[in-house]
Design a protein around this ligand. Structure first.
Ligand code: CO
Length: 134
């Protein structure tokens, strides 16, 4: 059911400093920063030959990643995103197998303008999983 690894997301304290780290020290291609107020994050995409890394910085007072940064003051890996062909079919299969889909189970439009869902980390080895309909 799951397909390509779409991205790994890392929460950072300082997006500009992290952009410079990936661009200048690791020699990666990094996009311009984008503010996504609907998601409470600012983001850049690190473009790798076979996938992407997203660097996320909290945006606004009630950013969903602010608490993560409180418990992980240096930042850290936040979630991993797998592609699926049909997100509703994927959701139904997961629910039928007892996995918890976060929120009300209705896909939201993610950073790439495609429908996404998140799965409870306790059901997946402590890892927050995002599914994106590719
Ligand atoms: Co993501």
């Amino acid at each position: 059911m799951i397909g390509r690894l779409n991205h790994v997301a890392i929460v950072v304290r300082d997006l500009d400093a992290s952009t410079a780290l990936y661009r200048d020290v690791l020699g990666a291609q990094v996009s311009q920063r984008m503010a996504l107020p609907a998601h409470g994050v600012s983001v850049v995409f690190v473009e790798l030959p076979n996938s992407k890394v997203e660097l996320l910085e909290p945006l606004g007072a009630d950013s969903p990643i602010a608490k993560f940064l409180e418990s992980n003051p240096n930042g850290g890996m936040h979630h991993i995103c797998y592609e699926v062909d049909d997100i509703l079919a994927a959701r139904d299969r997961l629910k039928a197998n007892g996995a918890r889909v976060l929120g009300d189970g209705t896909p939201k439009i993610g950073a790439h303008n495609k429908p996404v869902l998140f799965l409870h980390p306790k059901d997946f080895n402590g890892t927050l999983i995002e599914l994106e309909q590719a």
